[in-house]
Design a protein around this ligand. Structure first.
Ligand code: PEP
Ligand code: MN
Length: 625
């Protein structure tokens, strides 16, 4: 049951409730959510809900109706995020775990790890104890295998996950491994579940071959009931009558799990399909269906793998899959960041000289704005988001040292460039050091119970009104009120207490301010993406740079622009954006803004850049990233 406490409960009243629960042998957790304080309790305290409801300081008691309690969504409304070093499972970033089925040799481990790390995997897998159908099959390298996994973690800074098959391996696993996996065959090995519940390491719990979702969650409940909340669920296909694939991947488990539990869910399409060519399609589908991550078997020489070679991707195929997922993720509001591990490591090494604390990134708007979301997705929790009130302040904050980085929108797929930020980039001298794209899904947000027909004022950014024109045209009586950021608009509506006011913003803002989405996805075109650039004085990490942004102007004579563009063509530099903008104070003269797919500040591009300088009157590289 959930015991919801009164906000003004005294410490004595609370202790009284806890001592009754303790006395009754109940398991309980204190949960603080959305400003409410709740005690989640399981077990029979010897008293019913009525008794607890009658106690001083209790607002109400809500029974948890499912068989699983601690893992249930009722117990913990927000998604649980499982932290493994720099990796967070269940956050806005897609987590991809890759590696061979079994640890086979040092050469094999390094060959695979190097490749998957390069393509953006953030965790490495490999079985050292292999539960095989036949006793005559390779059973795993045991402790030698665990040592190799630990070596991979040290060499490539990737946390490692491996399967534990008996509580007797607990000490060894504790010594070498970051995440312990409970395999499908052991999902209902209750002694093993209790054991990993006490280990204090995150657990990856596979769904059993023939387990219902409820049985799977009951197994997770075993682990949580031992005090370990760090459980990642992994769907890996179930046994059905269908022989064309090794198992049948139950993708519908994703939305079902989302509803039932706060625990994150990842998908293992390798064991689900058993066939290499079916792994990538199912992996893409899993991300589109809302999975928090993937576990993929990859082998450098699958034909000679000791186990599961037929379902292991070649490293190159894995790389291609990662590119696809990179594109799909923003559609479902997530992000795949190839360089995330390097960035996280670089950022955690930096400490601010002034206060010895972590780095800060300035963004325009309030918590819950799209810029805030972009900031969280790009930097994770290693950089503190710093809210400021104008784009200019973002730039100023970096220039005067209050912030280390900034993140600003630069162009929108529907509304075009955000010129103010181009101008600020030109005048500030700061560099673009990274970029990221967010899908912008707008929602009409009002007070709980508000009705669209009665809304008279809508607050948001003017750019957002443009993006939602078709929806707004249906309600001519609505007045649009311009704001500087979407989250601020939601807060204004909340503070106005008016049922006839609404805001247009992302769903994250509605959640943060406890408001209701009255209508979802009201942007005219769903292909609404905003590209944000990360600005600073120097790059976060020394990763390979794939793009550059340039600004130039040419002389006012026939063929001047043509001559300049020829330099790009003749040097094989691919342009992905070309835009012209008037130069302030020089009517009818224009500046050209160009993005190219090359690191034009690299040594080998020096001649190209010199040629470009020759052909232009003014040239600035805004950054390579
Ligand atoms: C594995 O991940 O290597 C494995 C044996 O998986 P499962 O338990 O899902 O069969
Ligand atoms: Mn396997």
């Amino acid at each position: 049951m959930l015991i919801v406490l009164e906000p003004e409960i005294t410490p004595e009243q609370k202790n009284h409730i806890l001592s009754i629960l303790r006395g009754g042998g109940c398991l309980f957790r204190e949960i603080s959510e959305g400003g409410r304080c709740i005690i989640g309790a399981t077990g029979n305290a010897g008293h019913g809900a009525d008794y607890f409801e009658g106690l001083a300081g209790v607002a109400k008691v809500v029974p948890v109706s499912t068989a699983f309690k601690l893992v249930s969504r009722q117990m913990h409304v927000a998604d649980s995020q499982i932290k493994i070093g720099d990796v967070v499972v269940g956050g806005p970033r897609i987590v991809v775990i890759a590696g061979p089925c079994a640890v086979e040799s040092r050469e094999q481990m390094h060959a695979v790890a190097r490749e998957v790390r390069k393509y953006g995997a953030v965790m490495f897998r490999g079985g050292a104890f292999k539960p095989r159908t036949s006793p005559y099959s390779f059973q795993g390298m045991g402790e030698e295998g665990l040592k190799l996994l630990a070596e991979i973690r040290e060499t490539y800074s990737m946390p490692v996950v491996t399967e534990i098959t008996t509580p007797a391996q607990a000490d060894l696993v504790m010594k070498y491994i970051d995440v312990v996996q409970v395999g499908a065959r052991n999902m209902q090995n209750f002694e093993l579940l209790k054991c990993v519940g006490r280990l204090g390491k995150p657990v990856l719990l596979k769904r059993g071959l023939a387990a219902t979702i409820e049985e799977w969650l009951m197994s997770a409940e075993y682990i949580l009931s031992e005090g370990n909340d760090n459980v990642i669920l992994c769907e890996r296909g179930i046994r059905t009558f269908e022989p064309y694939t090794r198992n049948t991947l139950d993708l519908s488990a994703i939305p079902v799990i989302r509803n039932l539990t706060h625990l994150p869910i990842i998908i293992d399409p390798s064991h689900a399909t058993g066939m290499r060519e079916k792994v990538s399609p199912m992996a893409r589908a899993a991300i589109a269906a809302g999975a928090d991550g993937l576990m993929i078997e990859v082998h450098n020489d699958p034909d000679h793998a000791t186990s599961d070679g037929a379902q292991s991707l070649y490293p190159k195929q894995f790389g291609q899959l990662m590119r696809d997922i990179y594109v799909i993720a923003p559609v479902v509001g997530k992000q795949l960041d190839y360089g995330y591990l390097d960035k996280a490591r670089a950022v955690s090494r930096m400490e601010r000289a002034d206060d010895g604390k972590g780095r800060k990134a300035a963004f325009l708007g309030e918590i819950g704005s799209f810029s805030h979301k972009a900031c969280l997705q790009y930097f994770g929790d290693r950089v503190a988001p710093m809210s400021v009130s104008s784009f200019k302040t973002v730039f100023d904050a970096i220039a005067d040292g209050r912030a280390d980085f900034g993140i600003v929108p630069i162009e929108n797929s529907l509304a075009g460039s955000i010129h103010e930020n181009y101008d600020l980039l030109l005048s500030s001298g700061l560099k673009i050091i990274g970029e990221m794209t967010l899908r912008i899904k707008h929602n009409l947000i009002g007070h709980p119970g508000a009705e669209i027909e009665k809304i008279r004022r809508v607050l948001s950014i003017p750019l957002v009104f443009q993006q939602c024109r078709q929806f707004l045209d249906n309600y001519p009586e609505i007045e649009t009120v311009p704001m500087t950021d979407t989250a601020h608009a939601v807060r204004q509506v909340k503070e106005s207490k008016s049922m006839t006011d609404a805001a247009i913003a992302g769903e994250q803002a509605a959640e943060i301010y406890g408001m209701e989405v009255l209508e979802e996805g009201i942007e005219t075109n769903p292909r609404n993406f905003t590209r944000f650039v990360v600005i600073g004085t120097k790059p976060v990490e020394k990763a390979e740079k794939k793009k550059s942004s340039i600004v130039f102007s040419t002389g006012n004579q026939p063929g001047a622009l043509f001559e300049t563009l020829k330099v790009f063509a003749e040097n094989g530099v691919n342009m992905v954006k070309l835009e012209s903008r008037p130069i302030h104070g020089k009517p009818w003269e224009y500046m050209f803004y160009v993005d190219v797919e090359a690191d034009i500040e690299a040594d080998e591009r020096r001649d190209f850049l010199d040629l470009l300088k020759e052909k232009t009157e003014y040239l600035r590289v805004l950054g390579s990233y």
